[in-house]
Design a protein around this ligand. Structure first.
Ligand code: NAD
Length: 479
């Protein structure tokens, strides 16, 4: 333990050990500790907020011309790209995602900074020309100190999606990464500093969510929280935000349907469905975890799907060949195992998987497909957040739409068909923030993302993403 790196946190621009509990950061693929972290405590949060508000008022960041602020954000993007392989490796060590996936996440983080630099430069407010004795204009101003609270499944991408628009808008930002994955937020803060973001504007406060996350959310000087995580936590944060009259965005859980129609390109659909559920070992808010297949093709499709799923390579996330890495923690794997047992007790049959692979260390679990369950059972309704697919046949479009929408979540959906009219009809009928047609998990920073129902509130990404971190003011000029 002695030779392990002691991680410093960033409290309003000051790098030092936190005053809170000690956490050991573990590589989920080997169970080896990779770093020791002294987390933030509530005094660290207070200090970070005080420094952030001083930096917001005195650094001149918000007053810089858009192209000047944008050039710093472009520099952050460039630094992420220059360090991309090291960052991808570190991200993989921290949360066990295969290196092929973490490279994509790092690329997405760089693209996010670049996109919001451009959004800032091209941002325009409205002027209403004279209407008699006055003209009016509407301007947007930064909020001040804002916070981003993120989960462990795609840290660098989620954290960039909070940091970049908030900085672009001119704010000071507190990042609260998940307990299990503090590394990427710390790296982003260092790169921001290196790129020339004024000291004090970025803080990284790792620690227990129910303590540090809660204190950040309640802090009177924190003017907005952008939260990504579970629905239960999101509901708690929404309650605090309501009492404070604070805007909040909530990117929450999902149990997304993927739908294969009779006329689908089957090989294409098999690959898409597999990627939709098993990439990131199913630890993805948008995982396509409920599969609906037209009954006429169900047997043939399931044979092809099961055969391909059996061939997925589970193992060392640092190997280029690996497709499925470990789950994040032992506790989380236990929870996935309990869900598979629940599936069996609800009458399900394991088509493939349903056990740990023969790998000595690490929190691995085999890709698992369960058949024979109805959509209303808990295994098909709860977010398992692991490599578990519940597969069900459907008989008619009406039956399909009814079942697909029978969920408290409505984050995403996938439709596999060659018929654009069916795709259009279903795409409109399914309740979801994002619908993919003949593709899955395709994401663009320029396209708004968010959930309906208990999957969330508000949107991230897109040109309007920057506005979420601003308040609006209308000015009238007497003529
Ligand atoms: P979580 O809700 O347990 O934790 C998320 C973050 O919130 C962590 O940083 C945690 O420390 C913090 N937190 C916990 N309690 C808090 C509190 N009382 N106040 C403030 N902060 C608190 O979620 P998780 O297990 O880390 O992540 C998995 C969940 O995230 C899944 O439900 C998944 O679907 C969801 N998710 C959603 C999206 C999306 O964009 N919709 C993306 C990724 C993950």
């Amino acid at each position: 333990m002695k030779q392990l790196q002691k991680l410093q946190i960033c409290v309003g621009g000051e790098w030092r050990l936190g005053r809170g509990d000690e956490f050991v950061d573990v590589d989920p693929a080997t169970e080896n500790p990779i770093a020791v972290l002294r987390a933030a405590d509530t005094a660290d949060v207070d200090e970070a907020v005080d420094r952030a508000s001083v930096a917001f008022r005195t650094s001149g960041w918000a007053q810089r011309l858009p192209h000047e602020r944008a050039s710093v954000l472009h520099r952050v993007a460039q630094l992420i790209r220059e360090n991309s392989e090291a960052l991808a490796l570190k991200q993989s060590l921290d949360n066990g995602k295969p290196i092929r996936e973490t490279r994509a996440l790092v690329g997405s983080a760089a693209g996010t900074f670049q996109f919001f630099a451009a959004a800032l430069e091209t941002f325009e407010d409205d002027i209403t020309p004279s209407r008699g004795a006055y003209l009016s204009m509407s301007v947007h101003e930064p909020l001040g100190v804002v916070a981003g609270i993120s989960p462990w499944n795609s840290p660098i991408a989620s954290e960039a999606q909070k940091l970049a628009p908030a900085l672009a808008a001119g704010n000071a930002v507190l990042l609260k990464p998940a307990e299990a994955t503090p590394l990427m937020a710390l790296e982003l803060a260092r790169l921001c500093e290196q790129a020339g973001v004024p000291r004090g504007l970025v803080s990284v406060l790792p620690g227990k969510g129910s303590v540090i996350g809660d204190v950040i959310t309640r802090h009177p000087l924190v003017r907005r929280v952008s939260f990504t995580g579970g629905t239960r936590t999101g509901r708690h944060i929404a309650g605090i935000a309501a009492a404070k009259m604070m805007p909040v965005s909530l990117e929450l859980g999902g149990k997304s349907p993927t739908i294969v129609l009779e006329d689908a390109d089957l090989a294409h659909a098999v690959n898409g469905v597999l990627f939709g559920i098993f990439s990131s070992s199913g630890q993805s808010c948008i995982a396509g975890s409920r599969l609906f297949v037209a009954r006429s093709i169900y047997p043939a499709f399931m044979d092809a799907l099961a055969a391909s799923a059996e061939r997925l390579r589970v193992g060392d996330p640092r190997s280029e060949a690996t497709q499925i890495g470990p789950l994040i923690t032992e506790t989380h794997r236990d929870s996935v195992e309990r869900y598979v047992s629940l599936g069996l007790s609800e009458g399900g049959r394991i088509r493939i998987g349903g056990s740990r692979p023969d790998i000595e260390h690490g929190f691995f679990y085999r890709p698992t497909i369960i058949e024979g369950l109805g959509n209303s059972c808990r295994t098909a309704q709860d977010e398992i957040f692991g490599p578990v697919l519940v597969a069900m046949p459907f008989d008619s479009e009406a039956d399909l739409v009814q079942q697909a929408n029978e969920s408290s979540y409505a984050l995403a959906a996938g439709i596999w068909t060659r018929d654009y009219k069916s795709a259009w009809r279903l795409g409109r009928a399914i309740q979801a923030g994002t619908v993919w047609i003949n593709t899955y998990k395709q994401l663009s920073i320029s396209t708004p993302f968010g959930g309906w129902k208990e999957s969330g509130l508000g949107r991230e990404k897109g040109r309007r993403g920057i506005v979420q971190y601003m308040d609006q003011k209308s000015l009238y000029w007497g003529l």
